[in-house]
Each structure stands twice: as C-alpha cells, then as structure tokens.
Design a protein around this ligand. Structure first.
Ligand SMILES: [Zn+2]
Ligand SMILES: [Zn+2]
Length: 357
C-alpha cells in the first residue's frame, strides 16, 4: 500500500489510511465512496451483489449491479421485477460508481459468482463474497485479486475443515450404486450450484445414464444448461417412485428426511456438503452416505488465498471468524471479525422446501 501512496502529501496520506473504505451498517457492508451496499440483507438504494444465493441476493433493492448470470438467477428466483434497475457487468470490466472504480472477478463459488474490487486512487478493497479454490466444471475458477484490504468469508474457517477432492466423494456414491444396484440413491444438494456441480462431477466420473431431478431443482438446472454447461441427460422425477430403483436422484437436502423420500422404498440417502465432515450434521440431515463436497474454501484454501491477495488488512465474515482472525494476526496481518448478522453459517440456504412438481 505504501508504494501507491508515495505521491500523496503526508497529512492526506494519514487521512486516507485512517478512513475506512467500508463500513458496517444494519443492511450489511457499505462503501461510502460508492454509496452502495455489498450483498445487503435488507432492501437498499444501491447494491452490488456477489452471487445468487438467497442470503446474499435479496429482492427489493433500488439498483443492482452484478454479473449477467447473477441477475438472471435473481430474476428466476424473485421474478423479473426483483429490483428497480439492474446493471450487468462482465468479469474484468471497470465501472465508475460514485467515487470508486468497481469491477467484478470470478469467485469460483457458483455460476456467475463474483468478488467485488473497489478501487479508489490509493486503496484496493476486495469483497470475496463466497468463494472456493477447488475445480468446478460449472463455473469460472477463482482468480486471486491483489488488494490492500480483503474481506473473506470463513464458513469453514477451522483447521479441521479440509475438503477432499470432489471426485473421491463422487467415487463413494458410484461404488455404493455398484454395491446396492437395487436401491435408489438420493443425493441431497442445494438448488443453486451444488446440485449442478454434483451432476457435472458424476458425469466427469463417466456415468452416462439419465440422472433424475426433484422438481425444485429444475429451473436453475435448466438455466445452467441454457448457459452451455453440459450436464448430460436429465429427467424429472415427476410422479415416479419404485420404478427408479438403482437410479440417481438429486433433490433438495430437506427432502431426504421427508415423506417424499419414502416412495422410493428403501433409498440410500446421500448428502453433498462441506458439513458432512461433521458426523452429527450428517446424522441430523438423515444422510447415511455423507459426501464432503463444498462450494466454500476449506481452511488451507482460506489461508492460501489471504496470502495470495497480498492484503495487509483482512476482514473476516460469515462463519468461524475468530480462528481465521487469529491465524491472520500470527501471520502479520491486521484482521478483524465483522460479526454481521443475516448471513447463513451453513452452506447457503436455498429454497429447499419448495414443493415438488
Ligand atoms: Zn453462497
Ligand atoms: Zn454465503
């Protein structure tokens, strides 16, 4: 940061260093210079939205700036009139908002997910939204963006969380299918991102048969396919039951322990989530076959990413904040927990209770 400040008078420099590029309001993170909130949890005048998960993307804002795909996803979920005016920004394109240059950069989390870079003359602030570093065939990979202040999520911000490669988890699902070819395999997966990634990973493992979809996953999955993401042959479950023995069905997590699951006789219940590392969570979900597949960075990737950004200030939000703050301090970075409310500590709530169709 110092290098960039060399041409600034000492007094002014101090002011710039002291002034917070972001403040925390009841609505969420706010950039005074851009006069915009980032992922606000309540309706605001001007919002920059990182991605389409329900705790980040809400309806009712005056103006929304996001990637085209995030805007499309918001329209799918909330209807075309989800905000006053919507403006799409391509990755890497720079837009002047208030007194700040704003650009969006891939976050590798779900389709359309972005990190937000706010740039004034002297400061670069990146708000990562949610992100991951594991490969994902369904969205653009995360790109580290050099900055002075990095706002990171910490959903899995404890050293115990280390996500195995997704293909190893998918191999568990496929070998269960080999062992129990008579049983329907239900895979609980959130509607936006996880469901489509699980399907793509199953395809990458060479599974060519039709994969069946619970009705609540159809619209977003259709959208992914319309965006050119190849998910192979998909069929709606519809009214089918026992005739789907030996097949794979992707459904919202809430359906695993619902009456709906019983129509398949004695199905194997699998669930894809980073929380499946924790036995109690798997049990609570009714998942006898836990698959540790997460769309969030694990501990190692959080730490690695923080170092890669080169940021001296780390703001930690969304999950296990204290452990990561402590790690940052041990590694010579200034860090603070944001303790913001309104965001899920889980793997993104979606409309999981949507009725089947
Ligand atoms: Zn998310
Ligand atoms: Zn989130």
């Amino acid at each position: 940061m110092m290098k960039r400040l060399l041409n600034v008078a000492p007094d002014q420099e101090l002011n710039l260093l002291m002034s917070d590029p972001l403040t925390i309001t009841p609505e969420g993170l706010y950039s005074p210079a851009a006069r915009a909130h980032i992922d606000p949890v309540r309706p605001v005048e001007r919002a920059v939205v990182t991605h389409g998960h329900a705790d980040h993307a809400r309806a009712g804002h005056g103006a929304v700036l996001a990637t085209r795909q995030t805007l499309d996803i918001m329209a799918i979920r909330y209807g075309e009139n989800f905000c006053g005016t919507a403006q799409a920004v391509d990755f890497g394109e720079t837009l002047r908002v208030g007194d700040v240059d704003v650009s969006l950069h891939p976050a590798g989390h779900v389709l359309g997910s972005a990190q937000v870079l706010l740039q004034t003359g002297v400061q670069r602030v990146v708000i990562s939204g949610d992100y991951k570093r594991q490969s994902d065939p369904t969205c653009a990979p995360f790109e580290p963006v050099p900055c002075d202040t990095f706002v990171t999520e910490a959903t899995f911000g404890l050293p115990v969380f280390r996500h195995p490669p997704a293909r190893l988890e998918i191999a568990k699902l496929l070998s269960s299918l080999d062992l129990f070819p008579e049983q329907t395999h239900l895979v609980g997966a959130y509607a936006l991102g996880k469901a489509q990634r699980v399907i793509a990973e199953i395809r990458a493992a060479g599974y060519g048969k039709a994969i069946y979809l619970h009705g609540a996953l159809e619209r977003l999955t259709d959208y992914y396919q319309a965006q050119g993401i190849d998910l192979g042959l998909l069929e709606p479950v519809g009214k089918r039951g026992k005739e789907l023995q030996g097949e794979i069905i992707i459904c919202p997590p809430g359906q695993l322990s619902d009456r709906w699951a019983r129509r398949f006789g004695d199905p194997v219940a699998a669930m894809a989530s980073g929380w499946m590392r924790v036995r109690a969570r798997a049990r609570q979900r009714g998942a006898e076959l836990p698959l540790i597949i997460s769309d969030h960075a694990d501990w190692d990737d959080l730490c690695r990413t923080i170092l890669q950004t080169g940021a001296e200030q780390i703001w930690v939000t969304h999950g296990a904040e204290e452990a990561l703050v402590h790690w940052c301090e041990l590694n010579g970075r200034k860090a603070r927990p944001l303790n913001m409310i309104g965001y899920d500590d889980g793997e993104d709530t979606d409309d999981v209770h949507a009725t089947e169709s």
